[in-house]
Design a protein around this ligand. Sequence first.
Ligand SMILES: [Zn+2]
Length: 415
Amino acid sequence: MRVTDEEKKRAESVTQFPEILQQAGIRTIHKGRHMGRWHYNGFDEVTTLQPHSQFWKLYEKYFRGLRNRNKALGKILDGMYWYTKKVITALEGESPDDLAELLDTLRPDEQFYSTLHLMDTHMPYSANEDVAAEYLQRFDYDGIKMEKLIEQQGDGPWLLDQRANLIEDDNNTPTIEEVKAWYDASVTHADEKIGRLIKELKERGMYDDTLLIVLSDHGESLDEHGIFFDHHGLYDQTVQIPLVVKPPHREKFDPGTTVKTFTQITDVAPTVLDYMNVGAEAGNFDGATLRPLIEGDDDGWTEREAILVEEAHTQRRRALRTYEHKYIQSLEDDLECRYCNVVHGAEEELYDLAEDPEELKNIVDENLEAREELSEITEALVASYELREATDDQSDVTYEDEDIVADRLEALGYK
Ligand SMILES: [Zn+2]
């Protein structure tokens, strides 16, 4: 997966949200796992590359060709990789995900903005073995051998092959149910890290004054719609994400309240700016501050009837999510997914979410009126988004670490 020159130019020509905070004199820190280079604009401090990631880079450089040429040898090399990774991880600990070190460096009353990027719930899922084993016993997972699935899917689909190799399993043949238990255990693992962060904030007397937002950038399809342990497709498994907000002003909100309304990731930046008194108007944002929702000010929030989502990597599709329906349309003639070598959905899909929340029964042919209406709303929403052009004087953008980043993304299962 390569970012195009045009995309790099656009990313660099837009003022990014941490840059606005940095310019306002707020200390900005990125902790946890690495992100794409262009996400670092505006950060005073960023995490250094973890030793096991550096090891992966070396492994990829010297062994990838060999591994791909000979499957038996590949398995031995992969086994060596996982073993060495385990040793390195045991030695280095989990400190890159830990904010305690950062909190110790803050001066009293210093305003800071920090991201803590956890990757535990991202393939390869990072979980505690015992917890995964316990979940496997406790919950009723269904599944079959991963190898069997690969056979069923025909001629070496890249994604499944990649996933089978990425599971930390001695014989590389976990069952689907084992991987699902691993995934659930990885959610618990991430949850524990957030719990530790809250404990650290409380111990330092910082919790009440801190705005804490927990969210994910996508969900995960565990086997739904023929998408295995990945996050493409515009079904709710992937596009519906957790969003938990703990505002800094305890007296103005009711803890534990769930607000049922459409929000989007684009609302996060205006929310942070609002709470930090930097002013939501400081940037040109597609989203809106969530503060009225958090503080129960219904008049301050404009209700959204529908959300528009798009994907363009493994397949080009666009979807409209309303409270009642999901309407999905393909934007290309070839419907076959480039990762899975299968067709995940028809050219046009319509689901009644009250009747069919799993999005299994496509009712587009029987509901032409709803299709027409949803298609019109989709067009109107698409037209409402203004294309932000890169400025003409922006020369080509190159990042020194592009090859490293490409390797890292492939290691995470992207191609
Ligand atoms: Zn696919």
